[in-house]
Design a binder for this molecule. Sequence first.
Ligand code: ZN
Length: 306
Amino acid sequence: MFALSPIAMKTVILEETACCNLCQSDDAEVVFEPGVAQEGRIVRCRNCDLMYVSPRQRVELNDYRERGEGEKAGWEVSPSGLERQRNQVRDYRHALDAAVEHAPGGKALEVGCCTGTLLNELKERGMDCLGVEPNSFAARYGRENFCLDVRVATLDEVDLEQNTFDVVLFLHVIEHVTDPIAVLRTIHRVLKPGGLLIIETPRYDTLTFRLFGRRERNIVDNWHLYFYTTETLKKSLEEAGFEVVKKHVPSRTVTPSRAIGAVGKAFRLNWLEVVGQWMAKGRVNSWCAVPLNMRDILRFHAIAKE
Ligand SMILES: [Zn+2]
């Protein structure tokens, strides 16, 4: 999840115009024509307000499965990769605390766990952890570096028994899947009744989306197929049998190296990206880490109803 890059290559197969994943209506208005915000055409359901790509661009999962090792993959042990891992733990501290408090010593699943940085934290704190991650390189990293049980698969492909887990982490994945409600229902099935789902995704009922529109930082990502608001994500969870019990608008840790790297990427200045990489090695860089809240990320804690 964390490793996906907006500029990553992907194979796209245009499918039939999609209907709304939340309410099944096919009455939608165009928000952005293809090529305006991202490659796909983005529409908004006139019935429930869910925004999605239609005609649906089916992301060829094989592209993601095969994405290679090394610096570009994002899960390597380079200074910036290690920095990213440290920042993730910092940024998800509340979620990790909630997971452990919900079921001390219980069973946790992360859907799309990438290298397993967060899952490893839960393991260290006594939870019995399983990761599901379609990218074999990221999964191998998790197995070799954290001794985690990570299956190279999507959630659909692993045969998990129902009522198995106390906690499921589903972070920055829902916006990538073709049928979010179906995935949420599968998560509901493998969670025990009363189990906790922690879900996070970009949100678009924001000032930044109103101000920046087609240039908003998450909508430009060609890998994103769904664009939630607080309301549409809540309704989707309810549709799949969950009750939202907590809402967070979390911040992200920003370091000088990350800020400089981001500017380099935005303006395609490779040398600035190299400077960012170099800075990530320094201790001063970590000392200068600050939380930045753009108010454009939404995290829900939701309980699986019986
Ligand atoms: Zn709808």
